[in-house]
Ligand binder design. Sequence first.
Ligand code: 4AD
Ligand code: MG
Length: 445
Amino acid sequence: MSVYVNISDIAQYVDQSVEIRGWVYNRTDKGKLQFIQVRDGSGIVQCVAFKKELDEVQFDIASKLTQESSVVIRGSVRADSRAPGVPSGFEVGIQSLELLQKAEEYPITPKEHGTEFLMDNRHLWLRSSRQWAILRIRATIERSLRDFMDSQGYLLVDTPIITPAAGENTTTLFEIDFHGERAFLAQTGQLYNEANMMAFGKVYCFGPTFRAEKSKTRRHLQEFWMMEPEAAHLSLEDMMTLEEQMISFVVGRVLENHPHELALIERDVARLEAIKTPFARISYDEAVERLKQVYDKTEDPEQKDLLKIEWGEDFGSPHETALAEMFDRPLFVYHYPTAVKAFYMQPVEGRPEVCRSVDLLAPEGYGEITGGSERIYDPTLLEERIKTMALPREAYQWYIDLRRFGSVPHAGFGIGLERTVAWMCGLPHVRETIPYARMLSRNYP
Ligand code: 4AD
Ligand code: MG
């Protein structure tokens, strides 16, 4: 009798008979020997069909297996240090083989393909080992973020996707028709988080968010996932401590659970092992000073142009990269100019031109991965800001109400899942960090 096993557990079945249900990843023909790489979603194992040990019909099927054919294989597990696979070092000597479906010629072969072609075939590309590794790491990051917030006493409270008001910059809204009324896809769950925070103290939401970004960059998606914690009586400084603990917890989980995946995508794990608390904290003022020094020292005119900055301007990717390069771990930049940030941010006392905001910049040029702030909790000031930003007051009445019934100082932040995955996996572009990327010119498959 053979037991049905997951390839990831194969090490426990050496010298036993197992059944593997999977897909043919690759096959090498050596005449009387067929080396068949089989994947089942949990791992990849080499299965060997030997002409002498298999009935004739089955060996014939084995020697004609095409890539991605679906198969059920029974055989005995052997430990063999030469055997490739995930995990490596094991192979299965095939005793019987059942072909469920012989796949047509597969469009994605182990040879090189262009990115656009692969993105057009994303529904099939997901089966490639690199994509498999990335999305497994994504799942761990997502789960660890939740686990961390749960362990800190934060309650998961879901927020709506169809909303009557903008949460962030009004230039990136996706407008929809809500039975004849104007509505938008949520850019953030934050405003509802603030109401939920007043009910539950410490909350977070974790869902898809939408931004009609008009430019193509390697960091922006039209649809991305964000986790957003919000807590009463949380100061900006305590929030930074919470964020750095969260990041180092997640990095630890990824390192612990994914040595095979990290090796498959050739991630330099030393860069992740360096992620230890505390992270550096610098003010926007200091960041601008540091950038000006880099600017002065830069000789290449093109690069120099990108690094140009005046106090009051928001950072672009080149600025964030230059700042992050000064540190070996993520960097907090706090107290940004009020004018470049959202309407709800609390001004710094005695210096209202800057606000109690903080962004976390990832190392290695990955840019901003979290953004957050203390929120305005005075109703008059909030109303003023809504007016100055020319936002429709009616749509925000409920949000202003929160400041009328037991207002408290509070703060929160959002962490972008895809940018976090891109950084932790060391990927050049966010498009591979989500199963089906939605980008300026892509809504297929
Ligand atoms: O800085 P953002 O816009 O902050 C907010 O939405 C706040 N309401 C969060 C809060 O305080 N509750 O976005 C937060 C993070 C960014 O740091 C980035 O990681 C990610 O969301 N992000 C994007 N990721 C991919 N594609 C986009 N278009 C993104 N826009 C923001
Ligand atoms: Mg931001």
